[in-house]
Design a protein around this ligand. Structure first.
Ligand code: ASP
Ligand code: MG
Length: 406
Protein backbone atom coordinates (compact mmCIF):
# COMPACT_ATOMS: atom_id res chain seq x y z
CA UNK A 1 0.00 0.00 0.00
CA UNK A 2 1.39 3.34 -1.06
CA UNK A 3 0.74 6.89 -0.03
CA UNK A 4 -0.03 9.18 -2.92
CA UNK A 5 -0.69 12.91 -3.11
CA UNK A 6 -3.00 13.95 -5.96
CA UNK A 7 -3.32 17.63 -6.81
CA UNK A 8 -6.07 19.11 -8.95
CA UNK A 9 -5.93 22.59 -10.45
CA UNK A 10 -8.71 25.11 -10.98
CA UNK A 11 -9.79 23.99 -14.46
CA UNK A 12 -10.14 20.42 -13.19
CA UNK A 13 -12.54 21.67 -10.50
CA UNK A 14 -14.28 24.42 -12.46
CA UNK A 15 -17.85 23.09 -11.98
CA UNK A 16 -19.75 20.31 -10.25
CA UNK A 17 -19.42 17.88 -13.16
CA UNK A 18 -15.68 18.29 -13.13
CA UNK A 19 -15.59 17.87 -9.35
CA UNK A 20 -17.52 14.60 -9.82
CA UNK A 21 -14.97 13.56 -12.44
CA UNK A 22 -12.16 14.27 -9.98
CA UNK A 23 -13.95 12.23 -7.33
CA UNK A 24 -14.01 9.22 -9.66
CA UNK A 25 -10.30 9.56 -10.34
CA UNK A 26 -9.61 9.68 -6.62
CA UNK A 27 -11.87 6.68 -6.03
CA UNK A 28 -9.90 4.67 -8.55
CA UNK A 29 -6.64 5.21 -6.63
CA UNK A 30 -8.37 4.64 -3.28
CA UNK A 31 -9.88 1.37 -4.58
CA UNK A 32 -6.39 0.25 -5.56
CA UNK A 33 -5.65 0.28 -1.82
CA UNK A 34 -3.57 3.45 -1.62
CA UNK A 35 -3.68 6.08 1.10
CA UNK A 36 -4.66 9.29 -0.64
CA UNK A 37 -4.25 12.96 0.19
CA UNK A 38 -5.83 15.23 -2.41
CA UNK A 39 -4.78 18.86 -2.68
CA UNK A 40 -7.22 21.20 -4.39
CA UNK A 41 -7.05 24.66 -5.97
CA UNK A 42 -9.98 27.03 -6.10
CA UNK A 43 -12.41 26.78 -9.04
CA UNK A 44 -10.91 28.38 -12.17
CA UNK A 45 -11.24 32.16 -12.05
CA UNK A 46 -12.34 32.20 -8.43
CA UNK A 47 -9.09 33.43 -6.91
CA UNK A 48 -8.91 36.28 -9.45
CA UNK A 49 -12.43 37.30 -8.46
CA UNK A 50 -11.56 37.28 -4.76
CA UNK A 51 -8.38 39.28 -5.32
CA UNK A 52 -10.36 41.77 -7.37
CA UNK A 53 -12.90 42.28 -4.60
CA UNK A 54 -10.21 43.11 -2.06
CA UNK A 55 -8.68 45.61 -4.50
CA UNK A 56 -12.01 47.24 -5.26
CA UNK A 57 -12.66 47.92 -1.59
CA UNK A 58 -9.18 49.21 -1.02
CA UNK A 59 -6.01 48.96 -3.10
CA UNK A 60 -4.12 49.32 0.17
CA UNK A 61 -6.02 46.59 2.00
CA UNK A 62 -4.67 44.84 5.08
CA UNK A 63 -2.81 41.75 3.74
CA UNK A 64 -4.06 39.65 6.65
CA UNK A 65 -7.63 40.25 5.55
CA UNK A 66 -6.66 39.69 1.90
CA UNK A 67 -5.56 36.20 2.94
CA UNK A 68 -8.84 35.54 4.74
CA UNK A 69 -10.70 36.37 1.52
CA UNK A 70 -8.54 34.72 -1.14
CA UNK A 71 -7.97 31.51 0.86
CA UNK A 72 -11.72 30.88 0.77
CA UNK A 73 -11.77 29.57 -2.82
CA UNK A 74 -9.94 26.44 -1.72
CA UNK A 75 -12.23 25.97 1.27
CA UNK A 76 -15.16 25.70 -1.12
CA UNK A 77 -13.57 23.10 -3.42
CA UNK A 78 -12.23 20.98 -0.55
CA UNK A 79 -15.68 20.72 1.00
CA UNK A 80 -17.36 20.05 -2.34
CA UNK A 81 -14.88 17.33 -3.30
CA UNK A 82 -15.26 15.68 0.11
CA UNK A 83 -19.04 15.60 -0.46
CA UNK A 84 -18.62 14.27 -4.01
CA UNK A 85 -16.37 11.49 -2.69
CA UNK A 86 -18.74 10.56 0.13
CA UNK A 87 -21.57 10.45 -2.41
CA UNK A 88 -19.84 7.68 -4.35
CA UNK A 89 -18.98 5.74 -1.22
CA UNK A 90 -15.44 6.96 -0.54
CA UNK A 91 -14.64 7.97 3.04
CA UNK A 92 -13.30 11.51 2.90
CA UNK A 93 -12.61 14.48 5.13
CA UNK A 94 -11.66 18.06 4.21
CA UNK A 95 -8.74 19.86 5.84
CA UNK A 96 -8.04 23.60 5.83
CA UNK A 97 -4.47 24.79 6.20
CA UNK A 98 -5.01 25.89 9.81
CA UNK A 99 -6.57 22.56 10.78
CA UNK A 100 -3.61 20.43 9.71
CA UNK A 101 -1.81 22.74 10.59
CA UNK A 102 0.46 23.79 7.75
CA UNK A 103 2.50 26.40 9.56
CA UNK A 104 3.80 29.27 7.45
CA UNK A 105 5.99 32.30 7.95
CA UNK A 106 6.97 35.46 6.11
CA UNK A 107 4.62 37.93 4.50
CA UNK A 108 0.88 37.52 4.18
CA UNK A 109 -0.10 36.98 0.56
CA UNK A 110 3.17 35.22 -0.24
CA UNK A 111 3.94 33.18 2.84
CA UNK A 112 6.48 30.34 2.87
CA UNK A 113 5.86 26.92 4.36
CA UNK A 114 7.63 26.43 7.66
CA UNK A 115 6.45 22.95 8.59
CA UNK A 116 3.51 20.59 8.23
CA UNK A 117 2.29 18.73 11.29
CA UNK A 118 1.15 15.49 9.71
CA UNK A 119 -0.06 13.58 12.76
CA UNK A 120 -3.79 14.30 12.52
CA UNK A 121 -3.75 13.87 8.74
CA UNK A 122 -1.90 10.58 8.95
CA UNK A 123 -4.39 9.31 11.56
CA UNK A 124 -7.20 9.99 9.10
CA UNK A 125 -5.32 8.28 6.27
CA UNK A 126 -4.76 5.31 8.58
CA UNK A 127 -8.51 5.06 9.15
CA UNK A 128 -8.96 4.79 5.39
CA UNK A 129 -10.17 8.36 4.92
CA UNK A 130 -9.14 10.34 1.87
CA UNK A 131 -7.77 13.67 3.12
CA UNK A 132 -9.00 16.54 0.94
CA UNK A 133 -6.61 19.39 1.65
CA UNK A 134 -7.12 23.02 0.66
CA UNK A 135 -4.02 24.01 -1.28
CA UNK A 136 -2.55 27.51 -1.18
CA UNK A 137 -3.33 27.91 2.55
CA UNK A 138 -1.12 28.18 5.58
CA UNK A 139 -1.42 29.35 9.15
CA UNK A 140 0.89 31.96 10.62
CA UNK A 141 2.40 31.43 14.09
CA UNK A 142 -0.23 33.85 15.46
CA UNK A 143 -2.87 31.46 14.02
CA UNK A 144 -4.05 33.81 11.29
CA UNK A 145 -4.84 32.36 7.85
CA UNK A 146 -2.10 32.84 5.25
CA UNK A 147 -1.78 32.18 1.52
CA UNK A 148 1.32 30.99 -0.30
CA UNK A 149 1.36 33.24 -3.38
CA UNK A 150 -0.47 32.76 -6.66
CA UNK A 151 -0.23 29.24 -8.02
CA UNK A 152 0.77 28.12 -4.53
CA UNK A 153 -1.30 24.96 -4.40
CA UNK A 154 1.37 23.13 -6.44
CA UNK A 155 3.77 23.98 -3.64
CA UNK A 156 1.25 22.82 -1.02
CA UNK A 157 1.01 19.48 -2.79
CA UNK A 158 4.74 18.91 -3.06
CA UNK A 159 5.35 19.97 0.54
CA UNK A 160 2.62 17.63 1.71
CA UNK A 161 4.07 14.77 -0.33
CA UNK A 162 7.46 15.39 1.26
CA UNK A 163 6.03 15.60 4.79
CA UNK A 164 3.92 12.46 4.35
CA UNK A 165 6.78 10.58 2.65
CA UNK A 166 4.43 9.92 -0.23
CA UNK A 167 5.53 7.67 -3.04
CA UNK A 168 4.41 10.16 -5.69
CA UNK A 169 2.91 13.57 -6.11
CA UNK A 170 0.58 13.56 -9.12
CA UNK A 171 -0.28 17.00 -10.48
CA UNK A 172 -3.50 16.76 -12.49
CA UNK A 173 -4.03 19.60 -14.90
CA UNK A 174 -5.64 20.49 -18.24
CA UNK A 175 -2.72 19.27 -20.35
CA UNK A 176 -1.51 15.68 -20.56
CA UNK A 177 2.09 16.38 -19.64
CA UNK A 178 5.14 18.51 -20.27
CA UNK A 179 5.91 19.21 -23.93
CA UNK A 180 9.13 19.90 -25.81
CA UNK A 181 7.60 23.27 -26.72
CA UNK A 182 4.22 25.00 -26.56
CA UNK A 183 2.01 22.81 -28.81
CA UNK A 184 -0.21 25.79 -29.60
CA UNK A 185 2.70 27.28 -31.54
CA UNK A 186 4.78 24.28 -32.55
CA UNK A 187 2.44 21.65 -33.95
CA UNK A 188 5.25 19.06 -33.94
CA UNK A 189 5.89 19.43 -30.20
CA UNK A 190 6.11 16.10 -28.37
CA UNK A 191 5.06 15.12 -24.89
CA UNK A 192 8.06 14.12 -22.78
CA UNK A 193 7.93 10.85 -20.81
CA UNK A 194 10.50 12.14 -18.33
CA UNK A 195 12.23 15.37 -17.56
CA UNK A 196 14.78 16.25 -14.88
CA UNK A 197 14.02 18.57 -11.97
CA UNK A 198 16.58 21.04 -13.21
CA UNK A 199 15.14 21.18 -16.69
CA UNK A 200 11.64 21.50 -15.30
CA UNK A 201 12.81 24.29 -13.04
CA UNK A 202 14.19 26.19 -16.02
CA UNK A 203 11.06 25.53 -18.07
CA UNK A 204 8.79 26.70 -15.24
CA UNK A 205 10.76 29.86 -14.60
CA UNK A 206 11.15 30.62 -18.31
CA UNK A 207 7.46 30.75 -19.04
CA UNK A 208 6.02 27.23 -19.29
CA UNK A 209 3.08 27.48 -16.94
CA UNK A 210 2.45 23.85 -15.98
CA UNK A 211 4.00 24.00 -12.52
CA UNK A 212 4.78 26.77 -10.07
CA UNK A 213 8.57 27.24 -9.97
CA UNK A 214 8.73 26.98 -6.20
CA UNK A 215 7.04 23.60 -6.25
CA UNK A 216 9.69 22.18 -8.59
CA UNK A 217 12.45 23.56 -6.38
CA UNK A 218 10.87 21.95 -3.36
CA UNK A 219 10.43 18.62 -5.16
CA UNK A 220 14.07 18.68 -6.21
CA UNK A 221 15.30 19.45 -2.71
CA UNK A 222 13.21 16.71 -1.12
CA UNK A 223 13.40 14.13 -3.90
CA UNK A 224 9.63 14.08 -4.37
CA UNK A 225 8.66 12.16 -7.51
CA UNK A 226 6.40 14.46 -9.47
CA UNK A 227 4.10 13.50 -12.28
CA UNK A 228 2.18 15.93 -14.49
CA UNK A 229 -0.92 14.44 -16.08
CA UNK A 230 -4.38 15.25 -17.39
CA UNK A 231 -7.49 15.13 -15.27
CA UNK A 232 -9.59 14.75 -18.41
CA UNK A 233 -7.88 11.89 -20.23
CA UNK A 234 -6.04 8.78 -19.13
CA UNK A 235 -2.34 8.61 -19.85
CA UNK A 236 1.01 8.30 -18.15
CA UNK A 237 1.79 12.04 -18.21
CA UNK A 238 5.33 13.27 -17.66
CA UNK A 239 7.54 12.20 -14.77
CA UNK A 240 9.81 14.81 -13.22
CA UNK A 241 12.78 12.91 -11.83
CA UNK A 242 16.36 13.02 -10.79
CA UNK A 243 18.94 13.15 -13.57
CA UNK A 244 20.27 9.73 -12.56
CA UNK A 245 16.95 8.19 -13.60
CA UNK A 246 17.29 9.30 -17.20
CA UNK A 247 19.60 7.08 -19.16
CA UNK A 248 19.47 8.69 -22.59
CA UNK A 249 19.88 12.35 -21.87
CA UNK A 250 18.73 14.65 -24.65
CA UNK A 251 21.10 17.46 -25.40
CA UNK A 252 18.12 19.76 -25.65
CA UNK A 253 14.91 18.63 -23.95
CA UNK A 254 12.73 21.63 -24.43
CA UNK A 255 12.34 25.11 -25.79
CA UNK A 256 10.62 27.76 -23.71
CA UNK A 257 9.68 31.34 -24.41
CA UNK A 258 8.49 34.35 -22.54
CA UNK A 259 6.63 37.30 -24.00
CA UNK A 260 6.94 39.00 -20.65
CA UNK A 261 10.17 40.83 -21.48
CA UNK A 262 10.97 44.41 -22.32
CA UNK A 263 14.34 45.83 -23.25
CA UNK A 264 16.00 49.06 -22.17
CA UNK A 265 19.29 50.32 -23.62
CA UNK A 266 21.38 53.16 -22.24
CA UNK A 267 23.75 54.44 -24.90
CA UNK A 268 27.17 55.79 -24.04
CA UNK A 269 27.18 55.65 -20.27
CA UNK A 270 30.44 56.42 -18.54
CA UNK A 271 32.69 53.34 -18.39
CA UNK A 272 33.97 53.53 -14.84
CA UNK A 273 33.54 51.66 -11.56
CA UNK A 274 30.22 52.20 -9.84
CA UNK A 275 28.11 52.83 -12.93
CA UNK A 276 26.29 49.50 -12.90
CA UNK A 277 25.52 49.93 -9.22
CA UNK A 278 24.26 53.44 -9.94
CA UNK A 279 21.85 52.07 -12.54
CA UNK A 280 20.61 48.93 -10.84
CA UNK A 281 20.47 50.37 -7.33
CA UNK A 282 17.56 52.75 -8.03
CA UNK A 283 15.82 50.00 -10.04
CA UNK A 284 16.06 47.63 -7.08
CA UNK A 285 14.80 50.38 -4.79
CA UNK A 286 11.77 50.68 -7.07
CA UNK A 287 11.26 46.88 -6.84
CA UNK A 288 12.02 46.40 -10.53
CA UNK A 289 13.31 42.91 -11.26
CA UNK A 290 16.05 42.88 -13.86
CA UNK A 291 16.50 39.73 -15.93
CA UNK A 292 19.14 39.79 -18.71
CA UNK A 293 22.00 42.28 -18.69
CA UNK A 294 24.70 42.99 -21.29
CA UNK A 295 27.40 45.59 -21.26
CA UNK A 296 29.99 46.17 -23.94
CA UNK A 297 33.62 46.78 -23.37
CA UNK A 298 34.20 50.23 -24.74
CA UNK A 299 37.11 50.74 -27.05
CA UNK A 300 38.16 54.14 -25.84
CA UNK A 301 37.64 53.19 -22.21
CA UNK A 302 35.33 56.17 -21.74
CA UNK A 303 31.78 55.14 -22.55
CA UNK A 304 29.85 51.92 -23.02
CA UNK A 305 26.34 50.76 -23.97
CA UNK A 306 24.31 48.89 -21.41
CA UNK A 307 21.20 46.83 -22.17
CA UNK A 308 18.93 45.04 -19.74
CA UNK A 309 15.48 43.50 -19.68
CA UNK A 310 12.59 43.74 -17.21
CA UNK A 311 9.07 42.31 -17.16
CA UNK A 312 6.45 44.16 -19.19
CA UNK A 313 4.67 45.12 -15.98
CA UNK A 314 7.81 46.84 -14.67
CA UNK A 315 8.71 48.50 -17.98
CA UNK A 316 7.16 51.95 -17.52
CA UNK A 317 8.43 52.18 -13.97
CA UNK A 318 11.93 51.16 -15.02
CA UNK A 319 12.04 53.75 -17.81
CA UNK A 320 10.93 56.43 -15.38
CA UNK A 321 13.58 55.48 -12.84
CA UNK A 322 16.27 55.71 -15.52
CA UNK A 323 14.95 59.05 -16.74
CA UNK A 324 14.76 60.44 -13.21
CA UNK A 325 18.43 59.53 -12.73
CA UNK A 326 19.63 60.89 -16.05
CA UNK A 327 21.91 63.49 -14.43
CA UNK A 328 23.79 60.92 -12.38
CA UNK A 329 23.94 58.21 -15.04
CA UNK A 330 24.95 60.66 -17.77
CA UNK A 331 23.92 58.43 -20.68
CA UNK A 332 23.55 60.09 -24.04
CA UNK A 333 20.44 58.22 -25.18
CA UNK A 334 17.72 56.03 -23.69
CA UNK A 335 16.23 53.39 -26.02
CA UNK A 336 13.22 51.56 -24.56
CA UNK A 337 11.80 48.62 -26.55
CA UNK A 338 8.97 46.45 -25.22
CA UNK A 339 8.57 44.52 -28.50
CA UNK A 340 10.88 41.65 -27.59
CA UNK A 341 10.59 37.99 -26.52
CA UNK A 342 12.98 35.63 -24.84
CA UNK A 343 13.54 32.18 -26.36
CA UNK A 344 15.45 29.57 -24.36
CA UNK A 345 16.71 26.10 -25.16
CA UNK A 346 17.11 23.83 -22.17
CA UNK A 347 18.81 20.51 -21.59
CA UNK A 348 21.06 18.83 -19.04
CA UNK A 349 22.94 17.19 -21.93
CA UNK A 350 24.40 20.61 -22.72
CA UNK A 351 26.90 20.09 -19.95
CA UNK A 352 28.63 17.38 -21.92
CA UNK A 353 28.02 18.51 -25.51
CA UNK A 354 29.72 21.34 -27.33
CA UNK A 355 28.11 23.30 -30.13
CA UNK A 356 24.63 23.62 -28.70
CA UNK A 357 24.78 27.40 -28.72
CA UNK A 358 26.22 27.45 -32.21
CA UNK A 359 23.25 25.45 -33.52
CA UNK A 360 20.94 28.04 -32.00
CA UNK A 361 22.79 30.99 -33.47
CA UNK A 362 23.10 29.40 -36.94
CA UNK A 363 19.46 28.40 -37.02
CA UNK A 364 18.31 31.90 -36.15
CA UNK A 365 20.76 33.44 -38.60
CA UNK A 366 19.47 31.20 -41.42
CA UNK A 367 16.01 32.60 -40.78
CA UNK A 368 17.33 36.16 -40.74
CA UNK A 369 16.49 36.61 -37.07
CA UNK A 370 18.70 39.05 -35.21
CA UNK A 371 19.82 38.16 -31.68
CA UNK A 372 19.71 41.18 -29.41
CA UNK A 373 20.89 39.76 -26.08
CA UNK A 374 22.30 36.38 -25.10
CA UNK A 375 22.53 34.81 -21.68
CA UNK A 376 23.53 31.32 -20.67
CA UNK A 377 23.62 29.02 -17.70
CA UNK A 378 24.94 25.49 -17.39
CA UNK A 379 21.83 23.91 -18.92
CA UNK A 380 20.20 26.79 -20.78
CA UNK A 381 20.81 29.31 -23.54
CA UNK A 382 18.46 32.28 -23.81
CA UNK A 383 18.28 34.87 -26.55
CA UNK A 384 16.24 38.00 -26.86
CA UNK A 385 14.67 38.59 -30.29
CA UNK A 386 12.05 40.79 -31.94
CA UNK A 387 8.61 39.53 -30.90
CA UNK A 388 7.56 39.35 -34.55
CA UNK A 389 9.82 36.31 -35.07
CA UNK A 390 8.76 34.26 -32.06
CA UNK A 391 6.83 31.56 -33.91
CA UNK A 392 9.36 31.25 -36.70
CA UNK A 393 12.20 30.94 -34.18
CA UNK A 394 10.46 28.30 -32.07
CA UNK A 395 9.60 26.11 -35.06
CA UNK A 396 13.05 26.40 -36.60
CA UNK A 397 14.83 25.61 -33.33
CA UNK A 398 12.49 22.71 -32.59
CA UNK A 399 13.50 21.09 -35.90
CA UNK A 400 17.16 22.01 -35.60
CA UNK A 401 17.50 20.18 -32.29
CA UNK A 402 15.70 17.12 -33.61
CA UNK A 403 12.71 17.52 -31.36
CA UNK A 404 9.99 17.34 -34.03
CA UNK A 405 7.47 14.53 -33.69
CA UNK A 406 7.77 12.00 -36.50
N1 ASP B 1 -6.04 29.35 -6.27
C1 ASP B 1 -4.72 29.88 -6.13
C2 ASP B 1 -4.35 30.75 -7.32
O1 ASP B 1 -5.07 30.86 -8.26
C3 ASP B 1 -3.71 28.83 -5.91
C4 ASP B 1 -3.53 27.87 -7.06
O2 ASP B 1 -4.41 27.70 -7.90
O3 ASP B 1 -2.50 27.22 -7.10
O4 ASP B 1 -3.31 31.33 -7.30
MG1 MG C 1 -2.21 26.35 -10.82
Amino acid sequence: MARIVMKFGGTSLADLDRIRNVAWRVKREADAGHQIAVVVSAMAGQTNQLVDWTNQLSPLHDPREYDVVVASGEQVTSGLLAIALQTIGVKARSWQGWQIPLVSRGAHGKARIDRIETEALADGLGRGEVAVVSGFQGMMPDRRIATLGRGGSDTSAVALAAALHAERCDIYTDVDGVYTCDPRIVAKARKLDKITYEEMLELASLGAKVLQTRSVELAMNHGVRLRVLSSFADGPGTLVVDEAEIVEKEVVSGIAYSRDEAKITLARVADRPGVAAAIFGPLADASVNVDMIVQNVSEDGKTTDLTFTVTKADFDRAVKVIEDNRKILAYSELKPDPRVVKVSVIGVGMRSHAGVALTMFRTLADKGINIQVISTSEIKISVLIDEEYLELALRALHSAYGLDAA
